[in-house]
Design a binder for this molecule. Structure first.
Ligand code: ADP
Length: 188
């Protein structure tokens, strides 16, 4: 398959965006761009950016839009043809608008925004379990609650943004991962 294609994964922390986006990227031959993974890699390598963002991520707050947009511009500039799945980006209206502007220049609009819907009690359960298994610095109960609040306040408005653009696909994110993947394939 070829031709420009851009998908966005929306949804709260713990919804399963990373897992599902990885599988879809593989099957559709798209590059998965996860801002969380890119930031964690900077933190692990101790880069200037990593030092700047580590305390922000540990609190569960959002990294400033301009830093995130610099990462995205860099990633897009490396693609001969835009074929990408964004995981964990955009997270604010400013990021979504900037993405649309960048993509307009490249002639490749967002084809679909997949919203993985999971009730909040289930998210808390999943994130606390992941905290035990992986020990991610931001997977402790206080930070998890903060991330869920930040999602409600800053990212949830993007649901309306993509609905208005006519590209929103709501997918039930509860069930086994294979089943959820089938729902996503039907939606996009
Ligand atoms: P989760 O979805 O579980 O919160 P992520 O890996 O997507 O995990 O994000 C981890 C942290 O990285 C966020 O809490 C935030 O501090 C930072 N981050 C990731 N993506 C963005 C983004 N697009 N804008 C601002 N901050 C981001």
């Amino acid at each position: 398959m070829s031709g420009a294609m851009v998908l966005v994964f929306l949804g709260p922390p713990g919804a399963g965006k990373g897992t599902q986006a990885a599988r879809l990227a593989e099957d559709l031959g798209l590059t998965k761009i996860s801002t969380g993974d890119i930031l964690r890699s900077h933190v692990a390598r101790g880069t200037e950016l990593g030092k700047q963002v580590a305390p922000i991520m540990e609190r569960g707050d959002l990294v400033p839009d301009e830093l995130i947009l610099a990462i995205i511009r860099e990633e897009l500039s490396q693609m001969a043809e835009v074929r990408a799945i964004f995981d964990g980006f955009p997270r604010t209206t400013r990021q979504a608008e900037a993405l649309d502007e960048l993509l307009a220049e490249l002639g490749a609009p967002v084809n679909a925004a997949v919203l993985l819907e999971v009730p909040e009690e289930e998210l808390l359960r999943r994130l606390l379990r992941r905290a035990k298994l992986e020990g991610r610095a931001d997977d402790n109960e206080q930070t998890i609650r903060r991330r869920l609040q930040v999602y409600r306040e800053q990212t949830q408005p993007l649901i309306d943004y993509y609905a208005a653009a006519g590209v929103l696909k709501r997918v039930d994110g509860v069930g086994d991962p294979g089943q959820i993947y089938c729902r996503i394939r039907e939606a996009v």
